[in-house]
Design a binder for this molecule. Structure first.
Ligand code: NAI
Length: 400
């Protein structure tokens, strides 16, 4: 079959296996050419390893200097009568293939990271395949739902402002339109549920379990990813439901850090730059900021994607020559330092004031945004012949 991009709203309904392989290979090439990570971890567990920041972390760890062995957990779909499968499915496969070629161990587990079965499987795999010890745990799940273990019901996140409505523009990738959105304030229940889904509780549960099972090595570090952003995005992010969830994540990092003291471990939150990922395109009203931010940071030569952020995290913040994690006064690792520079934000604010539904393609970095979105799903690579026939048999022969 010929595989073409199918976009519904902000969701990609198709993925190109060979394009996903190209995306993984390009990220590997970047890490090999960038300043290397020294004294990185020997073995890492990555929760949410198949796309965005989790995939970039995995690639950077295995190919950016430290040749880290990785166990990657993700929730992805393979090919079936419903479709070709998700991009993350193919990212896992091609990452493993490239790691094997390089002689670096990598294992993919596909399953729901919130479920007890997946947790048991992870612990068993660490014991059987990683000498029973892990040196770094990356928590990079982004999900809209999480099951309540008591009731079996789902908590569902709601990306909304708190206390007041907001109106703004949001990008519809399917129709290439910037359209008005109006968001009503979240209810107390919606705030509570979003914190349950995107806050730090599940991260804390994972680390508590891994400590109890004795599978964390002395000095083990753990990292989760967060976003704060500039004041202009506060109403939809930092002061909204997502911000509440991230605040919970930051608080849980301190509790986890305490728990890890017996094994001289560390827990940190890395505050990242705003980027186009499968998860972030869902944040209503956020896209005009991204269109302006990308434009400005590219002009200033400061733009980074997930892979550049991950490599910088490991080579200059988490594994440093002085063996000290580089944080701000609140123990947060700041990878949003360039995004939040005064000169960047001044230019972004000026540009955002000019962006309208009529001119956003010219004034904002629409091409860059769209290209990133397509590449997340394996499309838009010059080196791939998108007219070629990809058989179902071939896709089904690829195993995680
Ligand atoms: P993503 O959607 O690209 O990746 C999410 C990962 O979680 C995928 O590997 C997916 O398979 C996995 N996953 C989701 N539900 C799962 C489940 N139930 N069981 C197992 N795996 C599951 O998301 P992205 O953007 O990389 O987000 C990761 C973290 O980075 C989030 O905490 C997000 O808030 C944070 N972040 C994202 C920023 C952005 O601009 N995209 C900026 C700063 C932080």
């Amino acid at each position: 079959m010929i595989i073409s991009p199918v976009i519904k709203g902000v969701v990609a309904r198709s993925a190109h296996p060979l394009g996903c392989r190209e995306a993984v290979k390009q990220q590997i090439a970047y890490c090999q050419s960038a300043p290397q990570v020294h004294d990185g971890p020997k073995r890492a567990l990555i929760l949410g390893a198949s796309s965005g920041f989790g995939l970039a972390s995995r690639i950077s760890l295995s190919f950016g200097g430290s040749r880290t062995e990785t166990l990657g957990i993700s929730f992805e779909r393979g090919p079936s009568e419903k479709g070709v499968g998700s991009a993350g499915w193919y990212n896992n496969i091609y990452f493993r293939q490239e790691a094997e070629k390089a002689g670096v161990k990598s294992i993919n587990l596909i399953g729901d990271a919130f479920s007890p079965q997946t947790r048991e499987q992870v612990i068993r795999t660490i014991r059987e395949e990683f000498d029973g010890q892990i040196d770094l745990v990356i928590y990079s799940l982004a999900s809209g739902v999480r099951p309540d273990p008591q009731t079996g019901e789902f908590w569902r996140s709601a990306i909304k402002p708190i206390g007041h409505s907001i109106n703004g523009l949001t990008l519809d990738l399917e129709h290439e339109e910037l359209a008005e959105t109006s968001l009503s304030p979240a209810s107390d229940q919606e705030i509570h549920d979003t914190v349950k889904v995107m806050g730090g509780e599940d991260w804390e549960e994972w680390i508590t379990l891994l400590i109890k099972e004795g599978v964390l090595a002395d000095g083990c570090k753990t990292i989760a990813y967060s976003y704060i952003g500039p004041k202009s995005t506060y109403p939809i992010y930092h002061l909204g439901t997502l911000g509440q969830a991230k605040l919970d994540l930051h608080n849980k990092a301190d509790l986890i850090h305490q728990q890890l003291q017996d094994i001289k471990g560390e827990a940190h939150v890395a505050v990242c730059k705003a980027l186009v990922t499968k998860a972030s395109v869902f944040i209503p009203g956020f896209s005009p900021y991204l269109l302006a931010l990308f434009k400005v940071m590219k002009i200033m030569g400061l733009h980074e994607g997930c892979i550049e952020q991950a490599q910088r995290l490991f080579n200059s913040k988490l594994y440093t020559a002085a063996d000290e994690t580089v944080t701000d006064e609140n123990r947060l690792i700041r990878l949003d330092d360039w995004e939040l520079r005064d000169d960047v934000q001044l230019a972004v604010t000026e540009l955002m004031a000019e962006i309208t539904p009529e001119n956003f393609k010219q004034l904002g970095d629409f091409d860059g945004y769209q290209e990133d979105f397509l590449k997340l799903n394996g499309f838009g690579f010059d080196s791939i012949d998108y007219g070629q026939d990809i058989s179902m048999t071939f896709m089904e022969s690829l195993k995680p």
